[in-house]
Design a binder for this molecule. Structure first.
Ligand code: ADP
Ligand code: MG
Length: 600
C-alpha cells in the first residue's frame, strides 16, 4: 500500500500516507518510554542552553550602545560579564544535552536490535529462504541504529529550534515589529525550498537504503562462500557483481549530494537577500532615531538565528518523516508473526512413535514444485527405519519436516498421536534431533558445540556423549581438548570430525527420535560400528536413518524406498530382496557402480 500510494500520489492518498507516517512516528516515540528520565534530563539542559544562548545577542547590542553614548565602563563591564557567563552556561548545558541524547540513542538502538533479533530468530525457515542474509543483517545493524539516531536527534533539534524561534521572534518584535514582519516574509520562500528538497531527498534516500542493502548482500554471499568462489575461479565475476551494485549506490549518492549542494545554494541566496533588505531598512530606522545602533546589531544577530531556525524547523519536519522510512522496514519485520505455533505438551514419557500422515509439501521458495506427494510413513517406537532412494527423492525434506522446520501444505506429522505443533518448542527439539548431511557447527569451543542450546550440561555428560560418538579420542588429542575452538562454521575440523561432534551433540540430549541424514557415509567403518553400537544401547530411540550406501542399512528393522516424493516400496531387507522390486534394482545399480559411486 505504501509503495502504491507514493506511486499514485493522488491528494487523498498522500493524506493517507502522511497519516500512516505520523502513526509510525508515534510508534517510534512510544519505544523511547524506558528512557523517559534521561530524555527529561536532556530536555531540561536543552531549555537552559537555549535561554542562555538567546541572551547573548542582547548583551552584544548593549556593549555596542555603551561604546556609542560615551564610554560607560560599568555598563560595558557588566554586559561583557553577562556574555561570558551565558556563553559558558549555554555551552556546558549544550554539552550535557548532547551527551544525554547520545546515551538515549545508544540504549534505544540496543533495545530495538535485540527485539528484532528475537523476532528474526523465531521466523520459520522459509522466511530466510525468501530474504537474503545480507539484507537481514543490514536491517539489523544499520536501519535500527538509523531509526533511533534520526528520530532522537530530530526531536532534540526540533525542540531546540522551536523554543529558539519563539523566543527570538518575540525579542525581535519587541525591538521592531515592522522589521520583524519584513524578515518573516522570507518564510514562504524558505518553506518552498525545503519542501522541494525534502521530497526529492526522501525518494533518493529510500532507494539508497535498498541499494546499500543489496551491495552488502552481494559481498556477504561472496565472502561466506569464499571456498566456492576460489575453487571455481569466480573472483572476477563476483567482483563485477559487487561493483555493479556499488556503482548503483555511488550514482545515488552523487545525486543526493548534488541535490544537497543546489539546495544549500538556494537557501544561502534567499538568506543573503533578506539580510540586505534588513540592512537597508534598518539603516533608515537608526537614522530616524527609531532604533539604536546596538539594537540594530542585536536585531541582525537574532535575524541570522531566526533564518537558520525556520529553515531547520521546516527541514526537520520533513526529515523526521523520512527517518520513519528506516523505521518502516524495521517495523515490517518486528510485526512479522512466525508461522510456528506455540504448543504446550511436554510429557515425561515419550514413546517416540512417529506418523507421517498423507503429507503434501512444496518449499515456500518453489511453491509449484511438489517435493512430497501424499507421503505416509510410520516409524515404530525404538525401531530403526531406513529411508533410501536416489538423490533428490525427498529424503532430507522428510527430515526437515519431522524437525518441524517447515509446515506441510496438506497432511500432518504425529508424534505419539499428537501433531508436532502441540509440543512445547524446547521439549520438542530436545526429544527429536537430527544429525544432518552437512554438519553445521558454530564458532566456539567443541564443548560449547556439543552442549549447544542446552542451558546446563556437565562436562561429564559431554564426554560421555563424545565417547559414544567416537569423538572423544580425537578431541583428547587436541591441545586444548574440549576447549578447542572449532573456527567459523567448524572450519578447523575435518568433515568426519565435525560429523562426530554433531553426533555427540545429538546424543547428549538423549533424544527419543533421532534422524541421521547420510551420516555414516562420511565415517570410516570403525567409527560407524561404534556409533551404531551407541545408538542401539540403552533405551533406544526411534531412528530414521537416511542412507544412500545401502550396505549400511541391511540391519534396519524396516526399509522404505522413496522416489520423487512418494513411498515406492517398504518392508524388511529380506522381504524387499525377495520381492525383487525397486529396492532390489536400486541395490544392483548402486553396487554395480560402487567403485565410482560418489555420495549423491
Ligand atoms: P534427497 O535428500 O533425497 O536427496 P531432498 O529432500 O534434499 O532430496 O530434495 C528433494 C527435492 O526438493 C529436490 O528436487 C530439491 O531440488 C528440492 N529442494 C530441496 N531443498 C529445497 C529448498 N530449500 N528449497 C527449494 N527446493 C528444495
Ligand atoms: Mg539429502
Amino acid at each position: 500500500f505504501w509503495e502504491l500510494s507514493t506511486a499514485a500520489g493522488g491528494a487523498g492518498e498522500e493524506e493517507q500516507e502522511e497519516k500512516r507516517r505520523a502513526e509510525l512516528f508515534a510508534r517510534v516515540l512510544r519505544m523511547y518510554k524506558p528512557d523517559a528520565v534521561l530524555l527529561l534530563g536532556a530536555f531540561s539542559f536543552l531549555l537552559f542552553s537555549v535561554l542562555c544562548g538567546m541572551s547573548i545577542p542582547f548583551y552584544t547590542g548593549k556593549v555596542i550602545d555603551s561604546l556609542r553614548t560615551g564610554y560607560h565602563e560599568q555598563e560595558f563591564l557588566s554586559a561583557i560579564i553577562f556574555i561570558g557567563v551565558y556563553s559558558l552556561g549555554s555551552s556546558l548545558s549544550a554539552g550535557c544535552r548532547g551527551g544525554l541524547f547520545m546515551c538515549v540513542i545508544g540504549s534505544f538502538a540496543r533495545r530495538v536490535k535485540l527485539r528484532l533479533f528475537g523476532v528474526l530468530a523465531n521466523q520459520e525457515i522459509g522466511f530466510f529462504e525468501a530474504n537474503k542474509t545480507g539484507e537481514l543483517t543490514t536491517r539489523l545493524a544499520e536501519d535500527t541504529a538509523k531509526m533511533g539516531r534520526t528520530v532522537a536527534l530530530n526531536i532534540n533539534v526540533l525542540l531546540r529550534t522551536l523554543i529558539l524561534t519563539l523566543g527570538v521572534v518575540s525579542l525581535m518584535l519587541s525591538l521592531s515589529w515592522s522589521l520583524t514582519l519584513l524578515v518573516l516574509l522570507e518564510t514562504p520562500v524558505a518553506a518552498l525550498i525545503e519542501r522541494l528538497y525534502n521530497t526529492y531527498n526522501q525518494r533518493i534516500l529510500e532507494k539508497l537504503r535498498d541499494s546499500v542493502a543489496r551491495a552488502n548482500a552481494a559481498a556477504n554471499e561472496a565472502v561466506s562462500g569464499v571456498w566456492l568462489v576460489r575453487s571455481f575461479h569466480a573472483e572476477r565475476g563476483e567482483a563485477r557483481r559487487y561493483d555493479d551494485r556499488l556503482m548503483d549506490t555511488h550514482h545515488l549518492k552523487t545525486r543526493r549530494d548534488t541535490a544537497r549542494a543546489v539546495y544549500l545554494l538556494a537557501r544561502r541566496l534567499s538568506g543573503l537577500a533578506m539580510q540586505l533588505a534588513v540592512l537597508t531598512y534598518g539603516r533608515l530606522f537608526v537614522q530616524r532615531g527609531h532604533m539604536t545602533t546596538g539594537s540594530l546589531l542585536t536585531f541582525i544577530l537574532y535575524q541570522g538565528d531566526l533564518g537558520d531556525n525556520i529553515r531547520t524547523l521546516i527541514y526537520i519536519f520533513g526529515d523526521m518523516m523520512t527517518s520513519v522510512g528506516a523505521a518502516k522496514k524495521v517495523f515490517e519485520y518486528l510485526d512479522r508473526k512466525p508461522k510456528c505455533t506455540k504448543g504446550t505438551l511436554a510429557p515425561d514419557q515419550l514413546k517416540g512413535h512417529v506418523t507421517f500422515d498423507r503429507l503434501t509439501f512444496s518449499y515456500p521458495s518453489l511453491p509449484d514444485h511438489q517435493v512430497l506427494q501424499n507421503f505416509s510413513l510410520d516409524l515404530r517406537p525404538g525401531e530403526v527405519t531406513a529411508l533410501v532412494g536416489l538423490s533428490g527423492g525427498g529424503k532430507t525434506t522428510c527430515a526437515s519436516l519431522l524437525q518441524s522446520l517447515y509446515q506441510p501444505q496438506h497432511g500432518q506429522i504425529l508424534l505419539d498421536g499428537q501433531p508436532l505443533s502441540s509440543y512445547q518448542h524446547h521439549y520438542f527439539h530436545r526429544k527429536v534431533t537430527l544429525v544432518s548431511q552437512e554438519p553445521e557447527l558454530f564458532s566456539g569451543s567443541i564443548r560449547d558445540n556439543i552442549a549447544y542450546g542446552l542451558p546446563c550440561c556437565s562436562l561429564d555428560d559431554i564426554q560421555e556423549a563424545a565417547h559414544k560418538a567416537n569423538a572423544h579420542e580425537f578431541i583428547s588429542k587436541l591441545e586444548k581438548g574440549y576447549d578447542t575452538e572449532v573456527g567459523e562454521r567448524g572450519g578447523k575440523l575435518s568433515k568426519s570430525e565435525k560429523q562426530r561432534v554433531a553426533i555427540a551433540r545429538a546424543l547428549v540430549r538423549h533424544p527419543r527420535v533421532l534422524i541421521l541424514d547420510e551420516v555414516t557415509s562420511s565415517l570410516d567403518s570403525d567409527s560407524k560400528n561404534k556409533v551404531q553400537q551407541a545408538f542401539s544401547s540403552g533405551l533406544a530411540p526411534t531412528m530414521l536413518v537416511i542412507a544412500h550406501k545401502l550396505e549400511t542399512i541391511e540391519n534396519a528393522d524396516w526399509i522404505v524406498v522413496i522416489d520423487q516424493g512418494r513411498v515406492q516400496e517398504q518392508g524388511s531387507h529380506q522381504e524387499l530382496m525377495e520381492a525383487k522390486g525397486k529396492y532390489y534394482t536400486l541395490r544392483e545399480k548402486l553396487f554395480s557402480d560402487t567403485p565410482a559411486a560418489s555420495p549423491p
